[in-house]
Ligand binder design. Structure first.
Ligand SMILES: [Zn+2]
Ligand SMILES: [Zn+2]
Length: 283
């Protein structure tokens, strides 16, 4: 390993202003704008920031939640999103700005809310990502859940749901594989190797790609999701393709720690890419 690689590997930063740029040519494939209920950053602001960071592109992956208990239940408006994005793409074209702006959604638990899922699948997206955020009637990281249930219980319910989501299929990417780790820590994620492999196999069979989500790096000083261990298992089982995402909800978060994720996946032998018209392309 070279000094530069070693330096990069040890670079787990928690500061909020340390994001000066990323490896040229990378895509941030997980970004929330004001078309998600939990972000108030506009599409155009992200485009400007992406240019400063020298990203090749980014994908807006707005929350599509149809769980009646979710605060953002049915918040996403496809029509408004598409019109705004098209306007922005047109203005970038006029100014000769080379930046891929991709349209996606992060759909929570399609196996439970399949009617709306089928409806949205018919629309024009570059990437459809599925995710699990809830266990036992609440958000994984909510205090009422973490206070009531042990980390082990939360993780095992989560993985059962993730397996169902994986089997349901019909989407391009599975988001943040070991999501509860961001709230429960690395120790809580141990002991689930069997179900992890089972889920990975189901994904690989259907050509569903893993997202490498960097949010735990800045939020908890932890490695990206999934962990290097799970990514290595994915590789061992035949998985090769990944996308990289910061899960940004604000401008400062755009592109954060993508370099770290990129060197990690390269080391394992995985190919980082992006989706355009629902087809994977290497970066
Ligand atoms: Zn998510
Ligand atoms: Zn997200």
């Amino acid at each position: 390993m070279t000094d530069r690689e070693l330096k990069k590997e040890n670079q787990i930063s928690n500061e909020t202003d340390g994001n000066k740029g990323v490896e040229p040519g990378l895509f941030d494939m997980h970004v929330h704008s004001s078309f998600s209920a939990d972000s108030d950053t506009g599409l155009a602001e992200y485009a400007v920031r992406a240019g400063e960071l020298k990203l090749k592109g980014l994908c807006f992956t707005e929350h599509a939640d149809y769980n009646p208990g979710e605060e953002d239940y049915d918040f996403f408006s496809y029509q408004d999103f598409i019109i705004s994005l098209k306007n922005l793409q047109d203005s970038l074209k006029k100014s000769n700005t080379e930046l891929y702006l991709l349209k996606g959604i992060e759909y929570s638990e399609p196996h439970l809310y399949h009617r709306k899922f089928q409806e949205l699948k018919e629309k024009s997206f570059d990437m459809i990502m599925a995710a699990v955020h809830w266990v036992k009637g609440g958000f994984v990281g909510d205090q009422e859940i973490t206070a009531k249930y042990s980390p082990r219980e939360i993780f095992s319910v989560y993985y059962d749901k993730l397996l169902k989501t994986a089997k349901f299929g019909g989407y391009d990417v599975l988001a943040h594989f070991d999501f509860p780790r961001r709230y429960l820590g690395a120790e809580a994620a141990r002991g689930f190797a069997r179900i992890e492999s089972k889920i990975l196999k189901v994904l690989i069979e259907q050509d569903i790609v893993l997202e490498v989500n960097t949010s735990p790096v800045r939020k908890a000083g932890l490695e990206p999701m999934p962990s290097a261990r799970i990514l290595s298992e994915y590789y061992r089982l035949g998985g090769r393709k990944v996308i990289l995402g910061s899960d940004a909800h604000s401008l400062e978060e755009l592109g954060r720690d993508l370099d770290q994720a990129y060197s990690l996946v390269q080391k394992i032998g995985l190919t980082a890419g992006y989706f355009k018209d629902r087809t994977f392309r290497p970066c």
